[in-house]
Design a protein around this ligand. Structure first.
Ligand SMILES: Nc1ncnc2c1ncn2[C@@H]1O[C@H](COP(=O)(O)OP(=O)(O)OP(=O)(O)O)[C@@H](O)[C@H]1O
Length: 691
């Protein structure tokens, strides 16, 4: 190869490998890898301004032609069989600014190749004869070849979903064994279980770590298709057949514009890795392709809930991904037995019913849920059409979305109605006015429509937060929980934006329940001493609440909780139409709490003793009762000698007994004063909606 005089790229390695390639001892597959490595090295050098555009163009042309010669081959051994994805890479990505070189392969004609069609057919046959589609998807999620055996193509995995072409595009490294299945997320297993990887890295001449790394990064960042083609379906074949998979794969590959302006080229080159891709630096090209494939496979996670391959994803992306799941619009409602379960399956199992107009914030093409770098919505380059971000998030700062998704969106354990002892009236009312309407918006229309805001007031520790969670859980809604005081203090100067962001994210995640603890500190009556920023937050909150109220399509419920209902100003009070008193638990509820907590422990309490505990705990809140039980449970431990602690077996610890409760009563006292209780009763009679 002739080295351009102005290039600073080290050519000695290249020359060496060039001789190796031309010596005739190199297998075609090795050659292809070598060419590919070279192309990527040129790309790297150009991105770093080490060589000029003209030089890069020449080098690209040279290697791409050689490379294409191999991969265009009809020979199943040396041709597309192993390098199909690379064809796609070359077909679209390696155009430089001069655009002089065009590969013979295009997104249109690559599927016309006989060998591609053969592989696709083989995949279809294999898939239909060997696997149920769901199984295939599971395997695919694990990044495993559907074949499970050498020689069998993986491209049949998606064929039932019309994704054959997608897989054809990544039909290499086919013979992954059971290792990979067992350790889908392990890079080690990827390395050890994929023969072509080892082979490829071994055959790279002068395969310095840096070259491998460059090659890998290059592949991560390499755009395979221009997004135009990917989205517009310029190829009839692809638009007909690829549907989801097509989008998923292609969007993976269109993350970076082909060689945009010089100033942006380095960014474009590294962009994807910078965005938190799960790059494993030591991976050789083939491994890099595995990452790509995994990204493709993860498209199936739209149908298969959980990813087994961890990948970094920002909260905004997570939100997008969640929205995609939602947009799948599966007919089955997610089981609501588990709050956590509901969180995971947010919307995925929910029918939108009459609220079906919800538009997912991201297009389907961005379906990679693997956190794979290629598909990141904001990893696109400046010349790509920007992804249609949900209007509702347009003016929201990403860091706010991040915060809301991580800190405010609750991912706690599930809460059922039985977990909340007592408060029967409040529970019945909430079921009737909130949960059922959220579950059946088609029936609860017009005057029966659910309120947009409710207020739970009462002494601390009576289960207001539990009720909020339970509402979300039982109605299959996303639960956002925030303390109003953190809005006013934690995000000083930003509280207002935070409120806006919170409602925007909730709108994207609806049905949603926004639980605002200590809402009195947000909606306290206006006074002269009121801080300007607090006033602004409050105004914003009321505006948002009004928005949620007036928009009949929004399924957002604001649940405010307070221990000081008398401090809420009347404008806010009016908007929180249903104001429910959550009192201290009655005797039956206290008994329920003790019985429930003790049933999980080694305990010797009899019925009589429990009744005694209930009697003695009059005036205790639910939280006090929980604390009492905790304290009592330490009794058996305290009765141990300190030296026994180190050696005693768990089953040798004596059961919790009544005497432990007796001593617990000496330290745990009711947290609510009778004077406070009077205030609640009075306010309830004035403004409450109870009987
Ligand atoms: N009715 C109840 N049934 C069962 N457990 C309860 C009940 N009320 C309170 N608890 C216990 O007390 C803990 C605190 O309850 P929760 O946070 O819901 O109270 P809260 O009314 O929101 O309190 P605060 O007003 O201080 O925020 C719960 O985690 C639960 O263990």
């Amino acid at each position: 190869m002739e080295a351009p005089s102005h290039s600073t790229v080290h050519l000695s390695d290249w020359q060496k490998s060039y001789f190796a390639i031309t010596s005739g001892t190199c297998a075609p597959g090795q050659k292809a890898d070598e060419y590919r490595a070279k192309i990527l090295r040129i790309q790297y050098a150009w991105a770093n301004s080490e060589i000029s555009q003209v030089c890069a163009a020449n080098l690209f042309k040279k290697y791409a032609e050689k490379y294409s010669a191999i991969i265009d081959s009809d020979n199943i051994e040396t041709g597309l069989n192993n390098y199909a994805e690379n064809i796609l890479t070359l077909a679209k990505c390696q155009q430089n600014d001069s655009d002089k070189w065009q590969s013979a392969l295009t997104t249109d004609n690559v599927f016309e190749l006989k060998c591609v069609q053969e592989r696709m057919q083989a995949g279809k046959n294999f898939q239909s004869s060997q696997m149920a589609p769901t199984d295939a998807c599971v395997l695919a999620d694990k990044g495993v070849s559907a074949s499970g055996a050498p020689g069998l193509p993986k491209l049949g995995i998606f064929s039932s979903a019309g994704e054959t072409e997608l897989c054809a595009g990544s039909a290499k490294c086919t013979s992954q064994g059971p290792d990979l299945l067992e350790h889908p997320s392990s890079s080690k297993s990827l390395q050890s279980s994929v023969p072509p990887v080892t082979k490829t890295s071994e055959t790279l001449p002068a395969s310095s770590a840096s070259l491998n790394e460059q090659v890998h990064i290059g592949f991560q960042a390499t755009p395979l298709f221009g997004s135009k083609e990917a989205t517009s379906g310029s190829s009839p074949r692809m638009s007909n057949n690829c549907r989801d998979g097509h989008h998923l794969s292609l969007s993976n590959q269109s993350a970076i514009p082909a060689w945009s302006a010089s100033s942006g080229k380095r960014k474009a080159f590294y962009g994807l890795a910078d965005e938190g891709s799960t790059v494993i630096p030591s991976l050789a090209p083939c491994q890099a392709s595995i990452s790509t494939e995994t990204g493709s496979f993860s498209g199936n996670r739209n149908r298969n809930e959980e990813s087994s391959v961890p990948g970094f994803r920002t909260a905004k992306e997570q939100l997008w991904v969640d929205q995609q799941k939602k947009s799948q619009n599966l007919p089955q409602r997610a089981p609501v037995s588990s709050y956590g379960g509901v969180k995971k399956s947010l919307g995925a199992g929910r029918s939108r019913g009459p609220f079906g107009k919800f538009v997912p914030p991201v297009p389907k093409q961005d379906g990679n849920e693997n956190g794979g770098a290629q598909c990141k919505p904001h990893a696109r380059g400046p010349t790509d059409p920007s992804p249609p971000v949900d209007e509702r998030l347009k003016n929201i700062e990403p860091k706010m979305v991040e915060l809301i998704m991580h800190e405010i969106m609750d991912h706690g354990p599930p809460v059922g109605w039985d977990d909340i002892a007592g408060v029967e009236f409040a529970k019945a009312t909430i079921k009737e006015i909130v949960v059922w309407p959220m579950l059946r918006p088609d029936i609860f229309t017009g005057l029966r429509g659910p309120p947009k805001g409710i207020l739970l007031f009462g002494p601390p520790g009576t289960g207001k937060t539990l009720i909020g969670k339970c509402i979300a859980c039982q109605s299959g809604a996303t639960f956002f929980s925030i303390s109003a005081s953190s809005l006013t203090s934690k995000w000083v100067g930003e509280g207002e934006k935070m409120v806006r962001a919170l409602f925007a994210v909730a709108r994207c995640q609806q049905p949603a329940v926004i639980f605002i603890d200590e809402i009195d500190s947000l909606l306290s009556q206006r006074g002269d001493g009121e801080h300007e920023s607090s006033r602004r937050i409050k105004t914003e909150f009321l505006v948002q609440l009004d928005g949620a109220t007036t928009s009949s399509e929004d399924r957002i419920l604001v649940v405010g909780a307070t221990n000081r209902p008398q401090e809420i100003d009347e404008a806010a009070r009016r908007r929180l139409v249903k104001r429910l008193y959550i009192p201290l638990p009655e005797a039956s509820a206290r008994k329920q709490i003790v019985t429930r907590l003790m049933s999980k422990e080694h305990c010797s309490l009899n019925e009589e003793e429990i009744e005694l505990i209930v009697k003695k705990s009059s005036g205790f809140s639910g939280a006090d009762m929980t604390q009492l039980c905790r304290e009592a449970s330490l009794g058996p431990i305290r009765s141990l000698q300190s030296m026994d602690i180190a050696t005693i077996m768990p089953d040798q610890v004596r059961p919790i007994a009544f005497l432990d409760f007796e001593s617990a009563f000496r330290t745990v006292r009711p947290s609510v004063s009778s004077k406070d209780l009077e205030l609640y009763e009075t306010w309830n009679q004035t403004f409450g909606c109870g009987r």
